[in-house]
Design a protein around this ligand. Structure first.
Ligand SMILES: *[C@@H]1O[C@H](CO)[C@@H](O)[C@H](O)[C@H]1NC(C)=O
Ligand SMILES: *[C@@H]1O[C@H](CO)[C@@H](O)[C@H](O)[C@H]1NC(C)=O
Ligand SMILES: *[C@@H]1O[C@H](CO)[C@@H](O)[C@H](O)[C@H]1NC(C)=O
Length: 471
């Protein structure tokens, strides 16, 4: 029923002033639409998130907070402290997720088509690995005897395990989705209180990756004020996610663990102790304003990203909406140089040659997946009188190949960008250098002294990318 509703609605045009199916429609800091399109109701989930859910007769309600801080029940003391698996998740994930492309309108054919496109489009060859199913894969109720979540047989006639077998046969990995609440954002069974049975089910099916969402959290799990000891690792939010870490660790196969609590409860302070990546905000949109704002959000917590622990700027919008090709290049480059997970979020069969060239750029992917340097690129002052912009425009970082500079033109017309080589952290103040354009794969002609200035014209909202080595 849900699937049919979604099909019908996805064909309808969505008024920009209203949120679409399952879209966000409220919450602290939310500046987008607060109403939903016809047939959907803006439903309170928690102080940070209200969402358009099916139906027109549910009244938005607010939860009552009965306990705060997590100390009253003594849960923190007994909550598991198991760290995330070190067998997976050292590098930021590279793959695809069904949500941005299809929302809840998913089935085995669509997921398998994406997996096959990893092969036919050459995405697997350049490192894309995870084929991830988002919300709406399950039946509404758990199995009454086993308490397991049951795949929707209409969408997944071979079950998730049958799909996993096919995806593994392609040499790829499969991801699943659940929620650290009583129900997922779309209302399917959540895993709070069922962590062990669900992790065991996924382990048995051959699941390699879990995205764990944050809808429908019971009021007694909310955080009020500072957590015990001032460490948000002991917050009720973190404990909900820690329970799943322990359940995943009990399985025989390693499962990469993507925390999706939208940047709540200072997740950047504890995400690396609980999972391999953590979302930093609400859902992405295919807009330049989303891209620039999530760059700023990431920069505020850039020191949290390292091997095994990654700020997650959310799934990719390349192929969706009206981003210019320059904006799509900046979108990819920023996720690369800040080492966010990169999960493609579109119908891969519709990607143009230019879009494929962006997401298959092996030099940018090599920076993202560098096995010897785990730190992201960071802003630097390009020359003594360089203006301050938001987000910053100049970034540098190291890889096993040398030093890299990334330059975003944040304004809406093309501009000449420049930097003094000695201003780039790590290059030093003497010697000569050569530059290599990571987008074109070509060397820049000539050499540059440390005291020299390099300049380049950057199109509006585009990002230039260079590797700099000693000449
Ligand atoms: C919330 O209530 C449930 C059900 O009584 C209980 O299992 C859980 O431990 C409570 N959570 C907290 C943080 O108190
Ligand atoms: C893209 O642009 C078209 C034409 O201006 C507009 O109708 C449409 O709503 C835009 N789509 C998005 C997702 O912004
Ligand atoms: C490109 O970005 C820079 C920095 O924001 C801006 O100053 C410049 O105006 C943009 N392009 C041009 C020529 O305006």
């Amino acid at each position: 029923m849900i699937a049919k509703t979604l099909v019908a609605l996805s064909l309808a045009s969505v008024a920009l002033s209203q949120s679409g199916p399952y879209g966000q429609c409220g919450g602290q800091g939310w500046t987008g639409p607060t109403t939903c399109e016809s047939g959907w109701t803006c439903t309170y989930s928690n102080p940070y998130y209200s969402q358009c859910l099916p139906g027109s007769n549910t009244t938005p309600t607010s939860s009552t907070t009965t306990t705060g801080g997590g100390s009253s029940t003594g849960v923190p003391g007994s909550a598991p402290t198991v760290p995330p698996s070190t067998a997976v998740g050292k590098l930021p994930a590279l793959g695809w997720n069904s949500w941005n492309a299809y929302r809840g309108d998913i089935n085995e054919a669509k997921i398998l088509a994406a997996a096959n496109q990893f092969i036919s489009l050459g995405l697997k060859t350049v490192g894309y690995q995870y084929v991830n199913i988002d919300d709406c894969w399950a039946k509404m109720g758990r199995d009454t005897n086993t308490k397991r979540i049951v795949p929707d047989p209409n969408k997944f006639p071979n079950g998730i395990s049958g799909l996993a077998t096919q995806i593994h046969a392609l040499g790829l990995k499969i991801g699943i989705y659940s929620d650290a609440g009583t129900a997922t954002c779309a209302g399917f069974p959540g895993s709070l209180g069922f962590e062990s049975v669900d992790a065991a089910t996924w382990g048995e099916w051959g699941i390699d990756y879990l995205k764990y969402d944050n809808c429908n959290v019971p009021g007694n799990w909310s955080d009020t004020g500072s957590p015990p000891g001032g460490d948000w690792y002991n917050s009720n939010s973190a404990i909900r996610y820690r329970q799943m870490t322990a359940a995943l660790a009990a399985q025989s196969r390693p499962i990469q663990y993507a925390i999706c609590n939208w940047g709540n409860a200072n997740v950047w302070d504890w995400g690396g102790r609980v999972g391999h990546s953590w979302r930093m905000s609400g859902d992405s949109s295919a807009t330049w304003s989303y891209i620039t704002s999530i760059i700023n959000t990431n920069l505020a917590h850039i020191s949290s990203t390292k091997f095994g622990a990654h700020n997650d700027m959310d799934m990719m919008e390349i192929g969706n909406g009206n981003l210019t090709i320059q904006e799509q290049r900046s979108h990819f480059a920023a996720w690369v140089f800040l080492k966010s997970p990169i999960l493609l979020g579109t119908d891969l069969s519709k990607l143009t040659t230019a879009q494929l060239a962006i997401i298959k750029n092996t030099e940018l992917l090599a920076f993202h997946q560098d096995a010897t340097v785990g730190t992201p690129a960071a802003p630097f002052k390009a020359y003594s009188t360089a203006p301050t912009t938001s987000p910053p425009e100049y970034y540098s970082g190291a890889s096993s190949k040398g030093t890299h500079v990334f330059i975003i033109n944040t304004s809406s017309s093309s501009a000449t960008k420049q930097f003094t080589l000695s201003s780039v952290p790590g290059l030093g103040t003497s010697g000569n250098f050569k530059l290599h354009d990571m987008w074109t794969g070509a060397d820049v002609s000539g050499t540059y002294a440390a005291s020299a200035s390099f300049s380049v014209s950057v199109a509006a909202h585009d990002t230039a990318a260079y590797l700099i080595t000693k000449a």
